[in-house]
Design a protein around this ligand. Structure first.
Ligand SMILES: Nc1ncnc2c1ncn2[C@@H]1O[C@H](COP(=O)(O)OP(=O)(O)OP(=O)(O)O)[C@@H](O)[C@H]1O
Length: 231
């Protein structure tokens, strides 16, 4: 399975943000998406998730059965969590599982899902408006893991997690990567290098993959920084 992006363009008024993105993301890999502030990482995710219209180009998923439109097979974890705050964590999970019942393979007891995310028993029946930023982020991550979409877009998802949870999330993402395409945007280069199989840089509106042969060399970080400085 691949997520194929062809000549994708997006501008906001006169500002050209995505200037012809061409890329093939493959199943079984975690891609680290790096770019300067305002480079267009979130815009790229919003386009692929069809939250905003694109100006030109195409994107789709291709597998052994042919090609299919991408958005239905995408899970998107936003950097600012977006959960219904008027529900408790338990109500949210119950509702999510009910409306996605046909999609969810291997359904588990709700408390097992909370356990997976290390959400305390005392917090499970609280309104999510009283959850911390990190707890809301965990809930958003959790529903995406339960739905197990083919493509998982993660917009700086680990930054609000404490170090223990961040490490657990890293291990969890590694454990599910074989069956997914995971694209992970971050400003933390060490995290990208530690977690990701490929590093992709969004610069001047296009995507560029950094040669894997550099991955273990000392000069790799410098190469990324030099590429990002070129703007
Ligand atoms: N809805 C919008 N209307 C107008 N301009 C927008 C809109 N959304 C994004 N932009 C502009 O597009 C550019 C790319 O923004 P985007 O949020 O995609 O960057 P980013 O790489 O995710 O940045 P950061 O790393 O700082 O989060 C910025 O110049 C931003 O101001």
């Amino acid at each position: 399975m691949k997520l194929i992006i062809k000549d994708l363009k997006k501008s906001f008024e006169k500002k050209e943000v995505l200037n012809g993105i061409n890329f093939e993301f493959e199943k079984g890999k975690i891609y680290g998406l790096l770019g300067r502030n305002g480079a267009g990482k979130t815009t790229l995710f919003n386009c692929i998730n069809e939250d905003i219209p694109i100006d030109a180009g195409d994107f789709y998923i291709e597998d052994e059965n042919g090609s299919k439109p991408a958005p239905e097979y995408i899970g998107y974890v936003l950097s600012t969590p977006n959960v219904p705050e008027f529900l408790t964590g338990r109500e949210f999970l119950k509702f999510f599982i009910e409306i996605n019942e046909h999609k969810i393979k291997d359904k588990k007891d709700i408390d097992l899902y909370f356990d997976l995310m290390k959400i305390n028993e005392s917090d499970r029946d609280k309104l999510m408006k009283d959850y911390s930023h990190g707890m809301k982020n965990k809930m958003q991550m959790l529903v995406n893991i339960i739905a197990s979409p083919d493509v998982l877009l993660l917009d700086e998802p680990l930054t609000s997690f404490d170090v223990v949870v961040a490490e657990e999330m890293k291990q969890m993402l590694k454990s599910i990567k074989d069956n997914h395409i995971i694209i992970f945007s971050t400003h933390i280069m060490e995290l990208a290098l530690d977690l990701c199989d490929e590093i992709v840089i969004l610069n001047k509106g296009i995507l560029e993959q950094i040669d894997k042969n550099y991955l273990d060399s000392d000069s790799f970080k410098n190469k990324i920084i030099e590429t990002l400085k070129e703007e």
